[in-house]
Write a protein that binds this ligand. Structure first.
Ligand code: SF4
Length: 305
């Protein structure tokens, strides 16, 4: 870490206190951004933090739908995003109009929306889920038919073991996790045959079927930290390794080849964090009608899981 980076981090800490701000960062953020955060977590953990933080400002280092959740759950707070153009291609794969059409086509089905959706889509859903609680939410959602959107891999992974429910899968996927294939893992495994393969459920079905462990980002971090094994091929976005290395020092952490990288997550830089805090810019807003409906669907998840 160079002097400039350290200086910038110090300045961000100072501004954060001056402005009564909390910095929340997702696991896929750059290491130097994770290091200035008060809390690093996955979507579910960050939602809870945003809802309960006593600070007047939340600076969210992630992609748009995550910062929207902070605003939905804490409408009286100022929510800032260092780079407001950081979107999620998976979230873009479900449009509000398409969700309305799917509801008309399947009038008896409940809509379970993955947290990786835009606020307007959350507002149309019966309930929200994250990769950490998707199975539980699907199981506890009343009725026999579920429209699960937008990630078909996550939906299919849990639908496999779900009894008594028909799951209609949306045709969406995360382009980052979709690059994690049996071949991309095998390229690394041949050189490290002893490594355990742990993957995120957004990976394609043939990958989750063969993995040694499947879990949300936080579940992967916990699994590796608690495991007796020494070497792991980690099938998720590369930023996660920064926290795993802190929580599980001494373990060998390997990534599939090619390395899964979310460019949108990397748009947040220390310079942009500093600028957003200093100038109070890039406030996240959600239209009140949409906010209330989206909040209803998110709170239902919080009650269920
Ligand atoms: S890793 Fe995938 S799901 Fe996550 S923000 Fe990037 S595109 Fe969206």
């Amino acid at each position: 870490m160079n002097m400039e980076t350290r200086e910038l981090q110090r300045e961000i800490q100072r501004l954060k206190e001056e402005k009564n701000a909390i910095i929340l960062a997702h696991y896929y953020q750059r290491p130097e951004v994770q290091d200035i955060a008060d809390f690093v977590g996955d979507s579910l953990e960050l939602s809870y933090k945003a809802a309960t933080a006593p600070h007047s400002t939340i600076l969210f280092c992630g992609v748009t739908f995550m910062a929207e959740i902070a605003k939905i759950l804490a409408p009286d707070k100022k929510v800032l995003m260092p780079y407001p153009g950081a979107g999620c291609i998976l979230a873009d794969m479900a449009l509000p109009k398409e969700v309305e059409e799917a509801r008309e086509k399947h009038p008896g089905a409940k809509v379970v929306a993955y947290v990786n959706t835009h606020a307007q889509v959350k507002a149309l859903a019966d309930i929200i889920c994250t990769s950490a609680n998707a199975r539980e939410v699907m199981e506890k959602t009343p009725g026999e038919e579920i429209i699960f959107l937008p990630d078909k891999n996550l939906g299919a992974y849990h639908a496999r073991s779900l009894k008594g429910k028909k799951v209609i899968l949306w045709d969406g996927y995360c382009p980052v996790h979709q690059t994690i294939t049996l071949q991309s893992i095998e390229r690394v495994k041949t050189r490290h045959p002893q490594a355990l393969v742990v993957v995120h459920p957004e990976c394609p079905p043939e990958v989750t079927e063969k993995a040694d462990f499947v879990g949300s980002t936080s579940q992967l971090v916990r699994f590796i930290a608690q495991s007796q094994a020494k070497s792991f091929i980690v099938g998720t976005e590369e930023g996660t390794l920064h926290q795993i290395a802190k929580k599980a020092p001494g373990k060998e952490l390997l990534l599939p080849d090619p390395v899964p990288l979310c460019h949108q997550m990397k748009m947040t830089t220390l310079e942009r964090v500093y600028k957003a805090l200093q100038e109070d810019i890039y406030q996240v807003e959600v239209e009140e009608g949409i906010r209330k409906e989206a909040e209803r669907a998110i709170r239902r998840m919080m009650e269920l899981s």
